[in-house]
Design a protein around this ligand. Structure first.
Ligand SMILES: *Cc1c(COP(=O)(O)O)cnc(C)c1O
Length: 397
């Protein structure tokens, strides 16, 4: 362990404070460290491993595609890319797709599309309204889109063309709308922001406002897409269709891939407008195609809904027992547990020792986002480890 920590200190950019855990292997909802200690993974590779670690359907697809063709260029047709495109378009309200390599990059593409739409259909409008407390990625433009000062502070001057307004406040969107506005971009549930669920009717009202004003509604479903909320797409949980949707995280079953999709009426990009060397390459799209089709064919989103309800019930029971827990919130298997004090760092550390991986999403809240394939027994075990970890953390104070 210490060797790896020393190497990290010596060679790696100091951009993240890591937990003292060296993960070497994963299977399903579990990972193991170099001493063969087992952990239940309630971070799922940051809401990525929706089918768990090393799912056989994904592993087989990668193995066989890696031995066949990994990369050409988008100058040529490749088959897995088109199969994945068909799976995504055929199972969503969107009509066309473009593949990128990450969530931030997918959002960049969506914003480019929105600006082109504004240029063609709204007198050159280019501004995108986004929400405070949102998260859209780390590229220069996306830190401007991300409405959290601590992600923006060091990178000023920020890219222009973004306006951050309060989430859950339609009137703030109305006030921010003007001749320059071309789109509104929102997460159906704010993930990184602490699992913030929109108020009843908010997304529907935003949809109506966008329709009335010829604005595109972009849903950043990088975290909420692919079953996380208990529906294949987050938008389905709210009965609101976006014009543009972005994906990444769970899409590839563990490999890096992102996508943005658009309805035909606003799929305005033309040859030369956008591109990517790796985006949509045969290896990542074969993995994503296998993962996505498995997820759909086996109705994993329903499972996420069921297991999410089960986990929430268990968390509610812990809340009833321990007064330091103040709130359980979330949908599907995207859940946050809030505390009465800033103890989430301590809870996460204590839970590591107990064999449970968690994300301290806020100083006073942890985020639980296990694989959607997790079992009841694993959730029960995870809840026990969580309770032991929390009690240790509280005693330490
Ligand atoms: C993680 C995340 C992103 C950024 O994705 P990357 O692949 O890290 O670039 C964007 N939007 C949302 C909602 C996310 O959760």
């Amino acid at each position: 362990m210490s060797t790896w920590q020393d190497m990290e200190r010596k060679y790696y950019m100091f951009v993240v404070r890591r937990q003292p855990v060296v993960i070497v292997r994963g299977q399903g909802a579990k990972v193991w460290d170099e001493d063969e200690k087992e952990y239940l993974d309630f971070t799922a590779g940051w809401a990525v491993n929706n089918l768990g670690h090393c799912h056989p359907a994904v592993v087989d697809a990668i193995r066989s595609q890696a031995a066949t063709l990994m990369q050409t260029s988008n100058q040529f047709y490749t088959i897995p890319q088109l199969q994945l495109a068909q799976a995504l378009v055929g199972n969503s309200c969107l009509d066309r797709v473009f593949f990128s390599n990450s969530g931030a990059e997918a959002n960049e593409g969506a914003v480019k599309l929105a600006r082109k739409y504004g240029k063609l259909h709204r007198n050159g409008a280019y501004e995108v309204i986004t929400a405070l407390n949102s998260f859209h990625g780390r590229t220069l433009a996306m830190v401007a889109a991300t409405g959290q000062p601590h992600y923006q502070e060091n990178w000023k001057p920020l890219a222009s063309g973004f306006v951050n307004v309060d989430y859950n406040d339609l009137s703030a969107i109305k006030r921010a709308t003007n001749d320059r506005t071309c789109a509104v971009m929102l997460e159906p549930v704010q993930g990184e922001g602490g699992v913030i669920i929109p108020e009843e009717g908010y997304l529907k009202a935003v949809r109506e406002w966008c329709d009335q004003n010829n604005l595109l509604l972009i849903f950043d479903e990088v975290q909420t897409g692919l079953g996380r909320l208990g529906t294949l797409w987050g938008y389905q949980a709210f009965g609101v269709e976006p014009d543009v949707m972005t994906l990444a995280k769970g899409l590839g079953g563990g490999v890096p891939i992102g996508a943005f999709l658009a309805k035909e009426a606003c799929a305005v990009l033309e040859p030369g407008d956008h591109g990517s060397t790796f985006g949509g390459n045969p290896l990542t799209t074969a993995a994503a195609n296998a993962a996505t089709r498995y997820l759909i064919e086996n109705d994993i989103p329903s499972r996420a809904r069921e297991m999410g309800a089960y986990l929430k019930k268990g968390l509610e029971a812990l809340k009833a027992k321990h007064s330091f827990i103040t709130e359980v919130r979330g949908m599907g298997l995207l859940i946050a547990l809030q505390f009465s004090a800033d103890i989430s760092g301590k809870v996460v550390t204590a839970c590591n020792t107990e064999g449970l991986l968690l994300n301290p999403v806020r100083p006073n809240a942890i985020r639980l986002m296990p694989p959607l394939t997790i079992t009841r027994q694993e959730l029960d075990e995870g809840l026990q480890r969580l309770e032991r970890g929390m009690l240790q953390a509280v005693e330490q104070r």
